[in-house]
Design a binder for this molecule. Structure first.
Ligand code: GRF
Length: 211
């Protein structure tokens, strides 16, 4: 029989996996908000697809396990990555995935399995400027405001339902670097806030349970 339910709140601390590819500053904001002994949620594992990503060092420094699962264009295809990631998520009993600067597109099958339990951060006010270089495109378009969006991940690229947005005004003398840096500061506030709201059950998810 088909029934609907929301996965959160849980009656225990949620176990969070963060997927990252690079610098890992959003990872750090999530680690600070959801440390290993966090009562609402705890980052339990960090998955990196680039073995020497700074994000991996940052996770290790926080005492959080790192799963390094290579996925470059030539090295390892998506199917292999997702099979290994699935095994890792089961091993760590993960309830929620946070993509944080994860520069790969997950398959529709994967995002559907995690429907309502996978979030991403994007440095624009979605639906404006989906995809790469959104800060540059905001400037080129002459926008007077930008910001960041925390959204559920679905089968599209930056198309999932919006959970939370933080706005940033664009100044006449902004360049890509200055705008990206102000948006990033908002990302670091918005992502933990969105996860907190989701874990408290304040965001309707209405996942479908087909079991
Ligand atoms: C952030 O701007 C994020 O929105 C985008 O990639 C960047 C990752 O930065 N998807 P970091 O690795 O979290 O520092």
């Amino acid at each position: 029989m088909t029934r609907t339910h929301d996965p959160f709140p849980l009656d225990r601390a949620a176990r969070i996996a963060v997927f990252a590819s690079g610098r890992g500053s959003n990872l750090v904001s999530l680690l600070e908000a959801f440390p290993p002994n966090g009562s609402l949620g705890a980052v339990a594992v960090v998955v990196v697809n680039v073995p020497d990503a700074t994000a991996a060092e940052r996770a290790r420094a926080a005492g959080v396990p790192v799963a390094s699962i290579p996925w470059t264009r030539s090295e390892c295809d998506r199917t292999t990555f997702e099979a290994r990631a699935d095994a890792c998520l089961i091993e760590h009993g993960i309830d929620l995935i946070c993509l944080a600067g994860f520069m790969r597109i997950l398959s529709p099958a994967f995002t559907q399995r995690w429907e309502g339990r996978i979030l991403n951060v994007h440095p624009s006010l979605l639906p404006r400027h989906r995809g790469l270089h959104p800060q540059r495109r905001a400037l080129e378009a002459g926008d007077d405001r930008s910001g960041c969006t925390i959204h559920f991940v679905d089968a599209g690229v930056d198309t999932g339902r919006v959970v939370l947005q933080h706005e940033v005004a664009i100044a006449p003398d902004d360049d890509e670097a200055s705008l990206a840096s102000r948006i990033l500061a908002e990302e670091h506030r918005a992502y933990p806030e969105a996860v907190r709201r989701l874990l408290r059950g304040e965001i309707a998810v209405t996942a479908v349970d087909r079991s």
